[in-house]
Design a protein around this ligand. Structure first.
Ligand code: HEM
Length: 329
């Protein structure tokens, strides 16, 4: 995390826009070469651009000095990344992870409650916990879908929908991406405050991971309110959410903290974190829904089957029963 923040600070430092200094600068830095020459090499006309990176600048008379930028050669690297590697990374995150989960489902099947559902249930999450979970989950889903459209919509949806429909859809998705970012950030913050005390890693988690959480084989490792895998999900959401928020705000208010090169770098980082998180959350959504019988009850009604809870969160059940013998009924 520290490294990420340091890298982000470096990006900001080295790519900060030079608008303040450039405000009074003549917008025509075209000196030192002959524009009538039959051939002008791009390097001859590159100047420290008004957008915070080297660029080919033209002459403008309107106040928005950024419009004077004609060509930003570094931008080609960014564009090539978006047209090539990004598409493969997105495919790996969505289709790769989807394929793995499907294979897991086929090989292992749904994880059933051992001995079937019983009559007794135990309260797992209060209504506020469920509210913050679904606030984060719904807003994250909208952000993931609209973000994927920004990343790969041109090669996936455009050929299917045609220009007009794709444009209309993309405009809506872009607006939702901008605005839904705020409930998502609020949800992540709430989760951090409410759940952090249950998510501090400890020795029990090491054993949990060594036993692969009981998924492989039929033995169940000890677990408190959240097991090792869930703690990992929690930190992916909190740290990934923080990374997405910082980089996302940088993009939402363009040219505020960094110039164009910085924004291109920030966008690559934003997309990278998002795709990593999409892969991780697909796993979470799978195990929280079709992958495991009884799991979804926790986020639906707030109560879970006592047998399920004893199997997957034995130490937590013991704690709850110690607090109140009526915790399960
Ligand atoms: C949309 C489909 C989703 C479903 C069906 C789902 C389901 C669940 C369930 C059943 C639990 C409680 C597990 C338990 O009782 O132990 C849970 C917990 C949690 N969910 Fe979700 N969830 C979804 C999406 C998300 C998203 C998008 C996020 C964050 C971006 C998220 C973050 C969390 C976190 C941090 C926890 C606590 C840790 C954990 O149980 O892994 N969920 N979810």
């Amino acid at each position: 995390m520290f490294n990420f923040l340091r890298a982000f600070a470096l990006v900001v430092l080295f790519t900060a826009p030079a608008f303040a200094q450039n405000a009074d600068r003549p917008a025509v830095p075209l000196t030192g070469f002959n524009p009538d020459k039959a051939e002008v090499h791009a390097n001859e006309v590159l100047v420290p651009g008004l957008i915070g990176t080297k660029a080919v600048e033209g002459h403008i008379v309107i106040p928005d000095i950024r419009s004077a930028t004609l060509i930003q050669p570094d931008g080609r690297i960014w564009r090539d990344y978006r047209r090539g590697p990004l598409l493969w990374i997105a495919a790996a995150a969505v289709l790769g992870m989807g394929g793995l989960l499907l294979a897991f489902y086929v090989l292992r099947g749904k994880i059933m409650i051992e001995g079937g559902r019983g009559a007794a249930v135990i309260k797992r999450f209060g209504s506020f916990e469920r509210f913050m979970h679904w606030l984060t989950a719904f807003s994250w889903c909208i952000l993931a879908l609209s973000g994927l459209n920004i990343a790969v919509g041109r090669v996936t949806l455009l050929p299917l929908l045609g220009n007009e429909t794709f444009t209309a859809l993309s405009v809506w998705l872009k607006y939702s991406h901008n605005f839904v970012a705020f409930p998502f950030m609020a949800g992540v913050l709430l989760m951090l405050v409410v759940w952090v005390r249950h998510n501090i890693p400890n020795r029990i988690d090491v054993t949990w991971f060594k036993m692969a959480g009981g998924l492989v084989g039929h033995q169940h490792p000890d677990s408190g309110k959240f097991n090792g895998g869930q703690k990992m999900v929690f930190w992916v959401v909190v740290l990934g959410g923080l990374g997405l928020s910082i980089t996302g705000l940088g993009l939402l208010f363009p040219f505020t903290v960094t110039g164009i090169l910085g924004m291109q770098l920030v966008q690559v980082i934003h997309g990278g974190i998002a795709l990593g998180m999409i892969a991780a959350m697909l796993g979470h959504i799978y195990i929280g829904s079709v992958g495991m019988e009884g799991a979804i009850d926790a986020m639906k009604d707030g109560v879970v089957d006592l047998g399920w809870a004893k199997t997957h969160h034995n130490l937590w059940v013991a704690e709850e029963l110690a607090k109140s013998p009526h915790a399960a009924e």
